[in-house]
Design a protein. Structure first.
Length: 72
């Protein structure tokens, strides 16, 4: 014999909220994996440190300033 199950409004709400949480967890997991990949790449870390040093040394211009210069 076939059993039929009905979902009430509370069940549907719980399923919707669970689906949202799973989507959020999946996105977070992807971001964590990307972070681990970046931190595991010595060349990328070196380049990031060089970029930060360039910013501190004033060797970097803001995008707005570059676009303004190019528009002239």
């Amino acid at each position: 014999m076939t059993k039929i199950t009905f979902f009430d409004e509370e069940d549907r709400k719980l399923l919707f909220e669970t689906n949202q949480k799973l989507d959020e967890a999946t996105k977070l997991m992807g971001e964590l994996i990307e972070t681990i990949e970046v931190l595991s790449d010595p060349e990328m870390i070196k380049d990031m440190r060089q970029g930060l040093a360039d910013i501190k040394a004033g060797k970097v211009k803001e995008l707005r300033a570059l676009l303004t210069e190019e528009a002239r």
